[in-house]
Design a protein around this ligand. Structure first.
Ligand code: ADP
Ligand code: MG
Length: 240
Protein backbone atom coordinates (compact mmCIF):
# COMPACT_ATOMS: atom_id res chain seq x y z
CA UNK A 1 0.00 0.00 0.00
CA UNK A 2 2.94 2.30 0.75
CA UNK A 3 6.39 1.67 -0.67
CA UNK A 4 9.22 4.13 -0.11
CA UNK A 5 12.59 3.49 -1.75
CA UNK A 6 15.85 5.40 -1.52
CA UNK A 7 14.11 8.53 -0.26
CA UNK A 8 16.31 11.59 0.19
CA UNK A 9 15.19 15.02 1.33
CA UNK A 10 17.25 18.09 2.13
CA UNK A 11 16.27 21.59 3.18
CA UNK A 12 19.10 23.71 1.79
CA UNK A 13 22.27 22.19 3.18
CA UNK A 14 20.41 20.23 5.85
CA UNK A 15 20.06 16.60 4.82
CA UNK A 16 16.98 15.42 6.67
CA UNK A 17 16.24 12.05 5.01
CA UNK A 18 19.30 10.10 3.96
CA UNK A 19 17.95 7.17 2.01
CA UNK A 20 14.78 5.75 3.54
CA UNK A 21 13.36 2.39 2.50
CA UNK A 22 10.12 1.32 4.09
CA UNK A 23 6.80 -0.26 3.28
CA UNK A 24 3.33 -0.67 4.71
CA UNK A 25 1.21 -3.55 3.49
CA UNK A 26 -2.56 -3.43 3.14
CA UNK A 27 -4.16 -3.64 6.59
CA UNK A 28 -0.87 -3.15 8.40
CA UNK A 29 -0.16 -0.66 11.17
CA UNK A 30 3.39 0.68 11.08
CA UNK A 31 4.59 2.99 13.85
CA UNK A 32 7.57 5.30 13.48
CA UNK A 33 9.39 6.27 16.66
CA UNK A 34 12.52 8.31 17.17
CA UNK A 35 13.92 11.50 18.66
CA UNK A 36 12.73 14.96 17.73
CA UNK A 37 14.39 16.21 14.54
CA UNK A 38 15.09 12.73 13.18
CA UNK A 39 12.95 13.33 10.08
CA UNK A 40 9.74 11.49 11.00
CA UNK A 41 7.36 14.30 9.97
CA UNK A 42 9.34 14.97 6.82
CA UNK A 43 9.02 11.30 5.86
CA UNK A 44 5.26 11.39 6.40
CA UNK A 45 4.97 14.61 4.41
CA UNK A 46 6.96 13.07 1.55
CA UNK A 47 4.48 10.17 1.46
CA UNK A 48 1.67 12.45 0.31
CA UNK A 49 4.04 14.85 -1.41
CA UNK A 50 3.47 17.77 0.93
CA UNK A 51 7.26 17.81 0.67
CA UNK A 52 8.95 16.99 -2.59
CA UNK A 53 11.73 14.42 -2.25
CA UNK A 54 15.14 15.13 -3.80
CA UNK A 55 15.59 11.49 -4.75
CA UNK A 56 13.84 8.17 -4.40
CA UNK A 57 10.37 6.89 -5.14
CA UNK A 58 7.14 6.86 -3.17
CA UNK A 59 4.29 4.56 -4.16
CA UNK A 60 0.93 4.86 -2.41
CA UNK A 61 -2.13 2.82 -3.31
CA UNK A 62 -0.83 2.18 -6.86
CA UNK A 63 0.01 5.84 -7.45
CA UNK A 64 3.63 6.77 -7.98
CA UNK A 65 3.64 10.02 -5.99
CA UNK A 66 7.11 10.91 -7.27
CA UNK A 67 6.14 10.58 -10.95
CA UNK A 68 5.98 14.13 -12.36
CA UNK A 69 2.92 13.08 -14.40
CA UNK A 70 0.93 11.72 -11.45
CA UNK A 71 -2.54 13.18 -10.86
CA UNK A 72 -1.58 14.36 -7.39
CA UNK A 73 -5.08 15.46 -6.35
CA UNK A 74 -6.47 12.06 -7.25
CA UNK A 75 -3.57 10.30 -5.57
CA UNK A 76 -4.01 12.33 -2.36
CA UNK A 77 -7.70 11.45 -2.19
CA UNK A 78 -6.70 7.99 -1.06
CA UNK A 79 -4.57 9.32 1.78
CA UNK A 80 -6.06 10.59 5.03
CA UNK A 81 -3.84 12.65 7.29
CA UNK A 82 -4.14 13.69 10.92
CA UNK A 83 -1.57 16.06 12.38
CA UNK A 84 -0.45 16.97 15.86
CA UNK A 85 -2.33 20.27 15.96
CA UNK A 86 -6.06 20.40 15.46
CA UNK A 87 -6.58 21.40 11.88
CA UNK A 88 -10.33 21.83 11.91
CA UNK A 89 -11.80 24.89 10.23
CA UNK A 90 -12.65 27.01 13.25
CA UNK A 91 -15.44 28.96 11.57
CA UNK A 92 -17.27 25.82 10.43
CA UNK A 93 -19.44 23.45 12.45
CA UNK A 94 -18.37 19.86 12.96
CA UNK A 95 -20.83 18.80 10.24
CA UNK A 96 -19.46 21.33 7.76
CA UNK A 97 -15.90 20.33 8.61
CA UNK A 98 -16.80 16.76 7.69
CA UNK A 99 -18.78 17.52 4.54
CA UNK A 100 -16.90 20.34 2.79
CA UNK A 101 -14.24 18.19 1.10
CA UNK A 102 -16.71 15.41 0.39
CA UNK A 103 -18.84 17.92 -1.51
CA UNK A 104 -16.08 19.91 -3.20
CA UNK A 105 -13.66 17.10 -4.02
CA UNK A 106 -15.83 13.98 -4.22
CA UNK A 107 -18.88 15.91 -5.54
CA UNK A 108 -21.22 14.20 -3.09
CA UNK A 109 -24.59 15.88 -2.58
CA UNK A 110 -25.43 17.38 0.82
CA UNK A 111 -27.53 14.46 1.95
CA UNK A 112 -24.99 11.78 1.14
CA UNK A 113 -22.14 13.81 2.62
CA UNK A 114 -24.13 14.27 5.82
CA UNK A 115 -24.89 10.60 6.10
CA UNK A 116 -21.20 9.70 5.63
CA UNK A 117 -20.28 12.38 8.20
CA UNK A 118 -22.75 10.97 10.73
CA UNK A 119 -21.49 7.45 10.24
CA UNK A 120 -17.89 8.55 10.84
CA UNK A 121 -18.77 10.69 13.86
CA UNK A 122 -20.40 7.57 15.27
CA UNK A 123 -17.13 5.67 14.69
CA UNK A 124 -15.23 8.19 16.81
CA UNK A 125 -18.00 8.40 19.42
CA UNK A 126 -19.03 12.01 18.74
CA UNK A 127 -22.32 11.77 16.89
CA UNK A 128 -23.95 14.18 19.36
CA UNK A 129 -21.41 16.92 18.50
CA UNK A 130 -22.47 17.20 14.88
CA UNK A 131 -23.76 20.76 15.29
CA UNK A 132 -21.03 21.99 17.64
CA UNK A 133 -18.31 24.44 16.71
CA UNK A 134 -14.69 23.24 17.11
CA UNK A 135 -14.12 25.79 19.90
CA UNK A 136 -16.81 24.05 21.97
CA UNK A 137 -14.89 20.77 21.93
CA UNK A 138 -11.96 19.54 24.00
CA UNK A 139 -8.64 18.95 22.24
CA UNK A 140 -9.27 15.22 22.27
CA UNK A 141 -12.72 15.64 20.76
CA UNK A 142 -11.32 17.96 18.09
CA UNK A 143 -8.73 15.38 17.21
CA UNK A 144 -11.39 12.67 16.95
CA UNK A 145 -13.39 14.97 14.66
CA UNK A 146 -10.23 15.42 12.57
CA UNK A 147 -10.00 11.63 12.30
CA UNK A 148 -13.69 11.39 11.34
CA UNK A 149 -13.14 14.09 8.72
CA UNK A 150 -10.25 12.16 7.19
CA UNK A 151 -12.30 8.94 7.25
CA UNK A 152 -15.21 10.66 5.48
CA UNK A 153 -13.06 10.77 2.35
CA UNK A 154 -12.82 6.97 2.53
CA UNK A 155 -9.03 6.88 2.28
CA UNK A 156 -7.11 3.73 1.52
CA UNK A 157 -4.43 4.66 4.05
CA UNK A 158 -4.27 6.93 7.09
CA UNK A 159 -1.18 8.89 8.11
CA UNK A 160 -0.95 10.12 11.70
CA UNK A 161 1.75 12.55 12.83
CA UNK A 162 1.88 12.53 16.63
CA UNK A 163 -1.89 12.92 16.91
CA UNK A 164 -1.85 12.93 20.71
CA UNK A 165 1.25 15.05 21.40
CA UNK A 166 -0.65 18.30 21.89
CA UNK A 167 -3.31 16.80 24.15
CA UNK A 168 -3.72 16.98 27.90
CA UNK A 169 -2.75 13.57 29.29
CA UNK A 170 -6.29 12.62 30.28
CA UNK A 171 -7.50 13.11 26.69
CA UNK A 172 -4.87 10.94 25.02
CA UNK A 173 -6.59 7.65 25.76
CA UNK A 174 -9.79 8.43 23.83
CA UNK A 175 -7.86 9.32 20.69
CA UNK A 176 -5.65 6.25 20.95
CA UNK A 177 -8.81 4.20 21.51
CA UNK A 178 -10.27 5.43 18.22
CA UNK A 179 -6.99 4.63 16.44
CA UNK A 180 -6.93 1.20 18.00
CA UNK A 181 -10.46 0.52 16.74
CA UNK A 182 -9.50 1.65 13.25
CA UNK A 183 -6.52 -0.68 13.32
CA UNK A 184 -8.73 -3.56 14.41
CA UNK A 185 -11.09 -2.80 11.54
CA UNK A 186 -8.19 -3.35 9.14
CA UNK A 187 -7.29 0.22 8.22
CA UNK A 188 -3.80 0.62 6.76
CA UNK A 189 -2.01 3.08 9.04
CA UNK A 190 1.37 4.80 9.22
CA UNK A 191 1.69 6.43 12.63
CA UNK A 192 4.41 8.66 14.06
CA UNK A 193 4.02 8.42 17.81
CA UNK A 194 5.70 8.73 21.17
CA UNK A 195 3.09 6.44 22.73
CA UNK A 196 5.22 3.35 23.21
CA UNK A 197 2.43 1.33 24.81
CA UNK A 198 0.20 1.99 21.78
CA UNK A 199 3.01 1.06 19.38
CA UNK A 200 3.69 -2.09 21.34
CA UNK A 201 0.10 -3.23 21.34
CA UNK A 202 -1.18 -2.06 17.97
CA UNK A 203 1.75 -1.95 15.53
CA UNK A 204 2.56 -4.82 13.22
CA UNK A 205 5.94 -3.20 12.65
CA UNK A 206 7.93 -0.46 14.36
CA UNK A 207 10.61 1.70 12.72
CA UNK A 208 13.12 3.54 14.83
CA UNK A 209 14.46 6.61 13.02
CA UNK A 210 17.45 8.70 14.02
CA UNK A 211 19.42 11.23 12.01
CA UNK A 212 17.40 10.73 8.82
CA UNK A 213 17.82 6.96 8.58
CA UNK A 214 15.85 3.94 9.73
CA UNK A 215 18.18 2.53 12.36
CA UNK A 216 16.12 -0.49 13.28
CA UNK A 217 12.82 -2.04 12.27
CA UNK A 218 10.80 -5.09 13.14
CA UNK A 219 7.91 -6.32 15.28
CA UNK A 220 7.31 -4.18 18.38
CA UNK A 221 8.40 -6.94 20.73
CA UNK A 222 11.78 -6.79 19.02
CA UNK A 223 12.33 -3.05 18.41
CA UNK A 224 10.74 -1.80 21.65
CA UNK A 225 11.06 -4.93 23.76
CA UNK A 226 14.56 -6.03 22.79
CA UNK A 227 16.30 -3.32 20.74
CA UNK A 228 19.62 -4.33 19.19
CA UNK A 229 21.09 -0.93 18.37
CA UNK A 230 22.71 1.35 20.87
CA UNK A 231 20.83 4.39 19.55
CA UNK A 232 17.46 2.63 19.91
CA UNK A 233 18.34 1.54 23.43
CA UNK A 234 19.36 5.07 24.42
CA UNK A 235 16.16 6.55 22.99
CA UNK A 236 13.92 4.02 24.71
CA UNK A 237 15.68 4.50 28.04
CA UNK A 238 14.76 8.16 27.80
CA UNK A 239 11.09 7.74 26.84
CA UNK A 240 10.00 4.59 28.70
P1 ADP B 1 10.72 15.00 13.49
O1 ADP B 1 9.32 14.96 13.00
O2 ADP B 1 11.37 13.65 13.61
O3 ADP B 1 10.85 15.76 14.78
P2 ADP B 1 11.18 16.71 11.22
O4 ADP B 1 10.95 15.88 10.02
O5 ADP B 1 10.09 17.63 11.62
O6 ADP B 1 11.62 15.77 12.44
O7 ADP B 1 12.47 17.60 11.02
C1 ADP B 1 13.72 17.07 10.69
C2 ADP B 1 14.69 18.21 10.48
O8 ADP B 1 14.31 18.95 9.34
C3 ADP B 1 14.73 19.21 11.62
O9 ADP B 1 16.07 19.62 11.80
C4 ADP B 1 13.88 20.34 11.13
O10 ADP B 1 14.28 21.56 11.69
C5 ADP B 1 14.15 20.31 9.64
N1 ADP B 1 13.02 20.82 8.84
C6 ADP B 1 11.78 20.28 8.78
N2 ADP B 1 11.00 20.96 7.93
C7 ADP B 1 11.77 21.96 7.43
C8 ADP B 1 11.53 23.02 6.49
N3 ADP B 1 10.34 23.17 5.88
N4 ADP B 1 12.56 23.86 6.23
C9 ADP B 1 13.76 23.71 6.82
N5 ADP B 1 14.04 22.73 7.71
C10 ADP B 1 13.06 21.87 8.02
MG1 MG C 1 7.55 15.62 13.82
Amino acid sequence: MIEVSGLHKAFGNLEVLKGIDMSVKRGEVVCIIGPSGSGKSTLLRCVNLLEEPNAGTVLVNDFEMTDPDVDIDKARRGIGMVFQGFNLFGHLSVLDNLTIAQRKVLKRDAEEAKSVAKENLRRVGLEEKINSMPSQLSGGQQQRVAIARALSMQPAVMLFDEPTSALDPELVGDVLGVMRTLANEGMTMLVVTHEMQFAREVADKVLFMDGGVVVEEGPPAQVIGDPQHERTQTFLRRVL
